[in-house]
Design a protein around this ligand. Structure first.
Ligand SMILES: [Zn+2]
Length: 179
């Protein structure tokens, strides 16, 4: 398996869209911002690919101007890119990591610029088994390779409509832990 690493450049937005709905939403917001002139995109600067995961897309946007990493992350969030990915991009940027904004594709995307790196790990870069040993990840992120910044949250539906937290005063941490 050859993984192709695309690292977002200062004039690029890299979007990971996890459904057709997300794609529709991104296209709609993109259209509106192109019309209003908030985003100026290079000719042929928008390219869409199917990602490895069924129903997911990678959207690459090349802009006419450069933006600092946080501004790009905000645009990616705003355009509906995977929220956890964008949150992690921001955390990595704040920690001074280069290559905060990444798309790792399972093949070279045709018509796109060359990938920045290629690795041959035998699975997706999610599990520690892979993230601990990937040479590219180690080179790019060093000790922060595979670092987690938030608890993985599968938010449960509320069991009761009643809000259990006391309103109008300090909330003991023990109450939050039990809620
Ligand atoms: Zn790898």
């Amino acid at each position: 398996m050859k993984w192709h690493w695309y690292i977002g450049r200062a004039n690029e937005l890299l979007l990971d869209l996890d459904s057709d709905k997300a794609l529709w939403y991104a296209a709609q917001r993109l259209r509106r911002n192109l019309r209003r002139g908030f985003l100026k995109v290079e000719k042929d600067g928008v390219r869409l690919y199917r990602s490895l995961q069924a129903g997911h897309y990678h959207l690459f946007i090349t802009m006419q101007r450069e933006m600092p990493p946080i501004e790009r992350a905000v645009w990616e969030l705003y355009l509906g890119s995977d929220m956890k990915r964008a949150q992690y991009n921001i955390m990595r940027t704040l920690r001074g990591l280069r290559a905060a904004d990444l798309i790792i594709a399972d093949h070279a995307y045709p018509g796109l610029r060359a990938a920045d790196h290629i690795c041959q790990c035998d699975g997706k870069h999610k599990r520690r088994r892979i993230t601990r040993h990937c040479p590219i990840l180690a080179e790019l992120h060093g000790v922060e390779a595979g670092a987690e910044y938030f608890a993985i949250s599968r938010d449960a539906k509320p069991r009761t409509a009643r809000l259990r937290l006391p309103v109008g005063g300090p909330i003991p941490i023990s109450t939050i832990l039990k809620s």
